[in-house]
Unconditional design. Structure first.
Length: 68
């Protein structure tokens, strides 16, 4: 997901998306631990999406990015 897409989400949707990304990261980490992961690079992309979502939450908390 692009950061613009995260910025378009409502606060509730952003929290739900963040929770689902964290759950996905947990599942991917578990699969990696038991050697069942098909695409190991997917962990990298999920972690980046989590960081983007956290950045948007922080921007909103500091009122750095005003919605248009």
């Amino acid at each position: 997901m692009d950061i613009k897409e995260f910025r378009e989400l409502s606060p509730k949707e952003l929290d739900e998306k963040l929770a689902s990304l964290r759950q996905k990261l947990f599942e991917l980490s578990r699969q990696r631990a038991v050697g069942q992961i098909e695409h190991p690079d997917e962990i990298h992309y999920v972690r980046k999406d989590i960081a983007k979502a956290e950045t948007v939450k922080r921007e909103r908390a500091l009122h750095l990015h005003e919605a248009k």
